[in-house]
Design a protein around this ligand. Structure first.
Ligand SMILES: Nc1ncnc2c1ncn2[C@@H]1O[C@H](COP(=O)(O)OP(=O)(O)OP(=O)(O)O)[C@@H](O)[C@H]1O
Ligand SMILES: [Mg+2]
Length: 298
């Protein structure tokens, strides 16, 4: 395994943006180098310590899924090696943790698909028996599997803002009926295919988010990361019980620890800076990410 990387510092390529986890660099005007760092965030705050191996595991998972889903929708991978666009001295920062992708025109809709009731979906259901305007049958409980996966899009928020849930009709207004419908149908098809594959390996994908873009010929392409524990809720089947909050695969241990963490003798207020993570929390979290990839690809 490569050494832990909190923040990349490539100087041979122009930095486009740093997300919570990834650092994105322009490669000419038609490609992007996406470097998944080992940063981890919880409660929307980035921790100061990296989780060794996390970036590599996330990238390997996304690549695994792109490989499984190519028959449903084309993706943004160029097939070129990320190491080929940086200097020899920078290869160590990039290797194993990066994707070299086609630079697409992003569609401002986050394509969320939910197969189970969880988090904000469960809260909304309790308040009005629907999720993002989608009416659901009565009698569902926390973590219940939905009769059919539902599509609950969100509008991509500006940096630092939270995404806003919108109706399917609103996406039609934004991007037109044809594109809105194709994105919805492809997203549901991908979710169904992926959740079957994952379930056979002992992982429930409760919900997930996809992003799409248009290439220079106007074709619809799946982009960003796909079906990683960062973009999806992964639940190990053995911890799953209807009516209870299933532990999330990857961040539960960190979240539980943060709930009890103190700063200057007071409970941490969930704003930056985060408390310093103990070695045990880092190692247990790293182990969870390793386990998720091992299970999936076993
Ligand atoms: N092939 C692509 N072409 C163009 N833009 C892309 C492509 N793939 C992903 N993107 C965009 O690049 C950005 C990736 O950034 P990243 O996910 O690292 O950070 P973020 O989405 O701003 O923040 P967060 O850390 O909350 O995810 C997103 O805005 C995504 O929509
Ligand atoms: Mg993102």
């Amino acid at each position: 395994m490569t050494s832990a990387l909190h923040t990349s510092s490539l100087t041979s390529l122009p930095l486009l943006a740093r997300g919570k986890v990834r650092d994105n660099y322009a490669v000419g005007d038609d490609r992007i180098l996406m470097v998944a760092s080992d940063r981890i965030s919880a409660f929307d705050v980035i921790m100061g310590e990296p989780i060794p191996g996390k970036g590599e595991l996330l990238t390997q998972m996304a690549l695994f899924w792109f490989g499984q889903l190519g028959h449903i929708c084309p993706n943004h991978l160029t097939g070129e090696a990320p190491e080929s666009v940086v200097t020899p001295a920078e290869v160590a920062q990039v290797k194993g943790r990066s994707m070299l992708v086609k630079r697409l025109k992003p569609i401002p809709v986050e394509a969320v698909v939910r197969g189970y009731l969880a988090g904000s979906g469960w809260a909304e259901y309790q308040a009005g028996q629907s999720v993002c305007g989608v009416k659901l049958p009565a009698g569902l409980q926390n973590a219940s599997k939905l009769p059919e996966p539902i599509y609950t899009p969100a509008a991509k928020a500006e940096v630092g803002e939270h995404d806003e849930n919108i109706t399917f009709e609103k996406t039609v207004e934004m991007i037109g009926l044809d594109l809105a419908t194709r994105i919805r149908d492809i997203s549901i098809a991908i979710y169904k295919a992926a959740s079957e594959i994952a379930l056979a390996k002992g992982i429930i994908i409760a919900d997930t988010k996809f992003e799409f873009g248009l290439d220079k010929d106007g074709a619809l392409v799946l982009m960003d990361e796909v079906l990683t524990p960062d973009s999806s809720r992964y639940w190990p089947v053995e911890g799953y019980k209807v009516g209870a909050n299933p532990p999330s695969y990857d961040k539960q241990f960190l979240r539980d620890w943060l709930e009890t963490a103190t700063v200057d003798g007071k409970p941490w207020g969930k704003t930056a800076p985060a408390p310093k993570l103990p070695a045990e929390v880092i190692e247990k979290t790293a182990a969870k990410y390793r386990e998720a990839l091992t299970r999936l690809t076993a």
